[in-house]
Design a binder for this molecule. Structure first.
Ligand code: PMP
Length: 360
């Protein structure tokens, strides 16, 4: 069977050339005489891989020198606890914006460690828009946002003015898809499995002054300082995943860097949203100004036709278009690695499906 166009929300499509390159190096990595998977994380061959990966992240994403880059495990979900454990320290109070399932989870976790103020919330309209982001009150340890809501398909375009309060962002589903001024953030984190590589690596970019605030009661492995002090080598890091993230960075560089990929992402998203807005059959669910460039949820006329669409699309090689189990309908995740051709094929298929099922 040939490769399909994979619209999965995560883990998601990786560029075919990267997979082929990894396949070529699978058994013997360059002159090492072994697979990257078999290497000691303490070996000089592996040290070169992690160093190169970090350097290319810094260069591609524009990470200033006073930020650490860490490769952790436990997924983005572990960060829901690590953020308050390490940062909800001085005031034991933090400010959260609730824009969907992933911030709800982060809020629930933070409440275990201190007081949470929910400064804005879009649950009144099933999270189909991004609320106005207020300035935070005095006396909060940090301001928490999720920059792109994977499930509902919204994104934040205007950052809040947080003054001295560190801004913390879960960028799991839109990291490196558009230009970001890292210096506006205290910390950025992302699970790798959408735009950065395979599942198993969580990327943390954290300003150095925020490291070392955690009380002694915080478990060693959950303290950012542990990992910052040891170059993400306190214990065995997710070695193969980090190597793949390095490959993705090279691919991004070869594709015009973040600015280049952003133009491509805009083109893909515009094509799909424009079709959805013109269609009398399909509907985009999100407020136009808040629409994600990465996750595009949409609905057909009824559940029966939605199910038929997902099934027939899959038969046509356009897979994983079913919406998240909590919202139904459809969702096309069109991360960095989805080529324009995939979105063109999807739109052509949708047009055809609309014609065949209009009035059904
Ligand atoms: N945050 C966001 C925005 C996500 O999309 C996801 C996963 N889809 C998570 C957090 C949780 O990530 P993980 O499965 O890596 O814990």
């Amino acid at each position: 069977m040939s490769r399909v166009f994979n619209f999965s929300a995560g883990p998601s499509a990786l560029p075919e050339e990267i997979l082929k390159e990894a396949a070529n190096e699978m058994v013997e990595f360059r002159s090492a005489g072994m697979s990257v998977m078999e290497m000691s994380h303490r070996s000089s061959d592996y040290q070169a891989i992690i160093d190169e990966t970090e350097a290319s992240i810094r260069s591609v994403f524009g990470v200033p020198n006073h930020y650490k880059v860490l490769f952790l495990q436990g997924g983005a979900s572990l960060q829901f606890a690590m953020v308050p454990l390490n940062l909800m320290v001085d005031h034991k109070k933090a400010y959260y914006i609730n824009t969907g399932a992933w911030t709800k989870k982060a809020i629930a976790e933070a409440k275990k460690f201190g007081e949470v103020i929910v400064g804005a919330d879009s649950s009144d309209e099933t999270f189909n828009y991004t609320p106005q982001l207020p300035t935070p009150p005095n006396g909060v340890d940090y301001y928490y946002i999720c920059s792109n809501n994977t499930i509902y398909g919204t994104r934040i375009t205007d950052l809040p003015q947080t003054g001295e309060v560190p801004l913390i962002a879960d960028m799991s589903s839109n990291i490196m898809s558009e230009p970001v001024d890292v210096s506006r953030y205290g910390m950025i984190f992302a699970g790798a499995q959408k735009n950065l590589g395979p599942a198993g690596v969580t990327l943390i970019i954290i300003r150095e002054d925020l490291i070392g605030k955690a009380p002694d009661s915080v478990p060693t492995m959950l303290n950012y300082k542990t990992h910052a002090d040891s170059g993400s080598m306190f214990n065995t890091p997710p070695t193969y995943g980090i190597y793949m993230v390095g490959k993705m960075m090279k691919w991004l560089q070869a594709n015009g860097g973040i600015e280049g990929i952003y133009q491509k992402n805009r083109e893909k998203a515009d094509l799909l949203y424009q079709f959805l807005d013109e269609s009398s059959f399909f509907n985009a669910t999100v407020n136009p100004k808040d629409r994600s460039l990465m996750n595009v949820p949409f609905l057909g006329p009824n559940d029966e036709l939605n199910a038929k669409f997902v099934k027939e699309a899959s038969q046509a090689g356009l897979v994983n278009l079913k919406g998240h189990r909590s919202v139904g309908g459809m969702r096309a995740s069109i991360y960095n690695a989805m080529p324009l051709e995939g979105v063109q094929k999807l739109v052509a298929f949708m047009k055809q499906f609309e014609k065949e099922n209009q009035g059904a």
